[in-house]
Design a binder for this molecule. Sequence first.
Ligand code: IMP
Ligand code: MG
Length: 198
Amino acid sequence: MNRQRKPIAKPSAAPRAKANTKRGGELKILLRRVAIQKRVREVAREITRDFRGQRVHLIGVLKGACIFLSDLIREIDLDTSIDFMAVASYGKGKESSGQVRLNKDLDSNIAGLNVILVEDILDTGLTLSYLCRILRERKPKTLKIAALLDKPSRRIQDISADYVGFTIPNEFVVGYGLDYDERYRNLKDICVIDVPSA
Ligand code: IMP
Ligand code: MG
């Protein structure tokens, strides 16, 4: 796992996004839709290779991971199943409350399954550390993490993802499922949003 070098995103070279000036914060494209699609296919190929001949059970962390999971699962050439969990760690705005609350648990048992926890972004690591802790107690056969984005500079918990789409700098990003105050999840590109700190 983690065999391929992760693409590193650089926002400075990114042109402005035209579409979004009406809605408040200024947006700059960090990752274009085509690059995201290509990388999601590569990550799916890695998963397909690592679990050849087996079933994988994808658990999406709502709401941010829903778009990544939808694209990822369609590129995985294995027997698959899906479940979702919902957590709240960020309140309104950009800063984490520092506490993770489980708002929705799984629908079914994961004992003996190859579980892949699918997350939009690994930031401080608080959310995924919490989720991995409670999922491990349920005795999956394997437990891996697939994170579309990784912001290692913000890490508080010692945790890393097994599959990473892109490593990004310490910028707040929106689009492709990621929100600022519940908005912008529908953007096809991933953009840096320029809003005042909370
Ligand atoms: P962590 O617990 O700090 O690792 O944060 C994970 C969660 O914080 C993610 O699932 C996102 O919902 C949210 N988050 C962290 N960074 C960003 C960002 O740059 N944009 C949007 N949401 C973010
Ligand atoms: Mg969020």
